[in-house]
Design a protein around this ligand. Structure first.
Ligand code: MLT
Ligand code: ZN
Length: 459
């Protein structure tokens, strides 16, 4: 039975583009979460849109679910295939296509790696500004499917802002060519935006036309040592008014400790409770503006120290302290909370969340960091070595349920940028109304009437 299916897939693609070894199934069947055991039927590597359509039609006929697969850097289990699904990997569809200098757009295939797209934009004198630590592995199709955010959202917004055109294959095998790169298009429902963030449940992203922008000028990076969260928020207000910010990132001393165990040194002689990495464009009299921020921060007791990168190498070393956090805690199989509230609610929300975690995770290490400039906090709960995995999962799920009460109080979201996938699915109804969820289910039936696209994820 399974051999028949594999043979059919081979006849649609070719033997070398249908992978079935245990190592391949394991590799392509999971993302960066390590909560589920991968068990797909096979992995298909299409090379063009027609092949993706053929795979979808085959899946309908054979009643086999499809899990779309990009760089698999997701953190919510959205790309996990644990139930005999066909993984459709876009890694062979990575062409960088047409650049239009007048439109300032670049067309790329779904499997193009984020960093390659950023580089291609740079080579054309422009910038693709969506950026995050997984830029070297994540793919544009996955970024679109999850509406990826990252470290520059405060300035440039989420992936959604940059998608001018989108080609997707829906659950009937139809190719939809959405918005075609237009800036203005007042012709009813914008299906492009429905697809963005739908986590592969409505359609498979095969190609996109991305908007590009001017490269930021003369980027400056400083790291500030800050006593508490109240001070972080005051500094945000202060810095926002004076500097052309491109990032405002926060992490605790404990988070920095984890990064430093992998190498490097703290730039400060005396450690603080937390740190803020501020990146801004060095335009106008930015030196005086930065000095004013620093002095005012010191006078008000909002910071105790600060360093300014004097070179690209120093800037990278400061960024590493923030971007290295995820990798430095990966060995603890962390449970990740990726929550957001309006920026104005961050401080109150954080103190409630802190109180909850202090009470509910007394013997479990919790690492805080995030994109505080846009209201997004990451809280990685680390599994103690001595604790059984099932007991840890149970504890995290129980506390996340309680966290939903706190989110409700502050009008926040259980997933800011990582997506719902499998990990946050049990909590969707805590942050979206029953009426909204019912509409989502109905939409899923319209685009995917056979229920073959990433079933069990999100909804
Ligand atoms: C980050 O901001 O570093 C990522 O969202 C990854 C994470 O939360 O671990
Ligand atoms: Zn993040």
């Amino acid at each position: 039975m399974s051999a028949d299916r594999i043979n059919e897939l081979v006849s649609l693609l070719s033997a070398e583009r249908v992978l079935t070894t245990a190592a391949d199934l394991e590799h392509y069947g999971r993302d960066w979460t390590r909560w589920w055991q991968p068990a797909p039927l096979a992995v298909a590597l299409p090379e063009n849109i027609a092949e993706v359509q053929a795979l979808v039609r085959w899946a309908i006929q054979r009643k086999v679910a499809i899990v779309p697969s990009g760089g698999r850097t997701g953190l919510s289990g959205g790309a996990v295939a644990a139930h005999g699904e066909l993984v459709v990997s876009f890694e062979r569809m990575h062409r960088i296509g047409e650049f239009d200098p007048l439109d300032r757009t670049l067309t790329v295939e779904a499997g193009a790696v984020t960093e390659t797209v950023q580089q291609a934009a740079r080579e054309r004198g422009l910038c693709y500004p969506v950026d995050f630590g997984s830029r070297g592995s994540s793919q544009i199709g996955g970024n679109i499917a999850t509406n990826a955010g990252g470290i520059k959202v405060i300035r440039y917004g989420m992936t959604r802002e940059w998608v001018a055109g989108l080609k997707v294959v829906d659950g009937r095998g139809e190719l939809l060519d959405l918005n075609r790169g237009l800036v203005k298009n007042a012709t009813g429902y914008d299906l492009r935006h429905l697809m963005i963030g739908s986590e592969g449940t409505l359609g498979l992203v095969v190609e996109t036309t991305l908007r590009l922008t001017d490269a930021p000028r003369n980027l400056q990076v400083m790291l500030l040592a800050v006593p508490d969260m109240a001070a972080v928020m005051r500094l945000l207000e202060l810095a926002r008014g004076r500097l052309a910010l491109t990032a405002f990132e926060f992490f605790t001393d404990r988070a920095m400790d984890h990064v430093l165990t992998e190498g490097g040194q703290s730039p400060f002689e005396t450690r603080a409770a937390c740190y803020v990495l501020v990146e801004y464009e060095g335009v106008g009299d930015h030196e005086s503006a930065a000095m004013a921020v620093f002095e005012s921060g010191m006078e008000n007791g909002w910071l105790s120290d600060g360093v300014m990168a004097q070179s690209e190498t120093q800037a990278q070393a400061l960024w590493r302290l923030r971007e290295g956090i995820t990798e430095s805690v990966a060995r603890y199989t962390p449970y990740k909370n990726d929550v957001s509230v309006r920026v104005s609610r961050v401080q109150a929300f954080l103190s409630d969340m802190d109180a909850l975690f202090a009470c509910e995770y007394p013997d479990i290490e919790v690492v805080w960091f995030g994109h505080v400039g846009d209201g997004n906090l990451h809280v990685s709960v680390l599994k103690p070595e001595s604790m059984d995995k099932a007991a840890f999962e149970h504890a995290c799920e129980r506390v996340t349920g309680m966290l939903c009460d706190v989110l409700e109080k502050h009008g926040g979201s259980i997933s800011a940028e990582h997506g719902v996938g499998l990990l946050k699915k049990p909590y969707l109804s805590r942050v979206r109304s029953a009426a909204e969820i019912e509409l989502m289910r109905q939409m899923k039936r319209v685009f995917d009437p056979h229920g073959i696209l990433n079933p069990g994820k999100l909804l």
